[in-house]
Design a protein around this ligand. Structure first.
Ligand SMILES: C[S@@+](CC[C@H](N)C(=O)[O-])C[C@H]1O[C@@H](n2cnc3c(N)ncnc32)[C@H](O)[C@@H]1O
Length: 241
């Protein structure tokens, strides 16, 4: 079934809304990622494991053409809801696909994102090969992986309140509750591995890529957790792997 039809069927099951507050991690990672591609005009960007589409929306704002892939049809439906709310639905191209399988497509992309996804993927090496295969030679790939998490006890409700008030780009997002629940119920979002510092970048170096940025930063998540994240940008140096 084409993804549009599949999504339309799911959308009929809407009931209630869920408020999703974007996390500080999202704000910080948006800054990190777009530091290396400030102007996306004329570029094609594939977001693997796109979720509801924060990063895809930013690509559109910066003039790029965006493609999103996710193995969870509920996340793709949420992306459609989100893009409709932003009035950007005509800019969205979605694929329902598990990146552990080869993605058959002639066109390659200037930029590939894989943000907060690798820790969910059991067949890591297979997925990495398929992800790198999506990029043009000379194209850039952006990865984020968590490398640690700790809990903080302090109350940050005032800070959250402030975030909501200062939001001018749909900072708090409302979604159909049934979708969010189904997605969590069926797909969990469980991490299948914990990356150690630099473990992921070392794995990437076994592929034909050149590392052009490698940063570590921390940010607060939605459940009052502090996440430490490794952000890696590479350039693809060879054709079909
Ligand atoms: C933690 S979310 C990250 C979403 C988004 N990239 C972000 O950073 O906000 C992980 C996403 O990866 C998707 N995902 C997990 N395994 C996948 C796979 N094998 N192929 C494609 N997408 C996958 C999940 O459905 C989910 O939407």
């Amino acid at each position: 079934m084409p993804v549009d039809e599949e999504v339309a069927v799911k959308i009929k099951t809407f009931a209630g809304v869920e408020r999703i507050r974007r996390k500080e991690t999202t704000k910080k990672t948006l800054e990190k990622v777009f530091h290396y591609c400030r102007d996306c005009s004329g570029l094609t960007v594939m977001d693997v494991g796109c979720g509801y589409g924060d990063y895809m929306a930013e690509v559109v704002r910066r003039g790029g053409t965006v493609y999103g892939m996710d193995s969870d049809i509920y996340q793709l439906a949420l992306a459609l809801v989100y893009f409709k709310r932003l009035g950007m639905e005509n800019n969205l191209h979605l694929f329902h696909h598990d990146i552990q399988e080869v993605f058959e497509r002639d066109e390659l992309f200037d930029i590939v994102f894989c943000l907060n996804v690798m820790e969910h993927i059991p067949k890591e090496r297979k997925a990495l090969k398929n992800i790198i295969d999506l990029a043009k030679v000379g194209g850039k790939l952006f990865f984020l992986v968590p490398i640690g998490m700790k809990t903080v006890e302090e109350d940050d409700s005032k800070e959250k309140e402030k975030e909501e008030l200062t939001d001018n780009r749909g900072y708090t997002v409302f979604f159909p509750r049934s979708f969010v629940n189904q997605s969590i119920h069926e797909n969990g979002g469980v991490h299948v591995r914990d990356y150690k510092k630099n473990e992921f970048v070392e794995k990437l170096k076994t592929f034909p890529v050149e590392v052009i940025a490698n940063d570590i930063f921390s940010a607060r998540g939605e459940r009052n957790n502090i996440y430490t994240i490794q952000s890696v940008v590479v350039k693809k140096t060879q054709g079909v792997l």
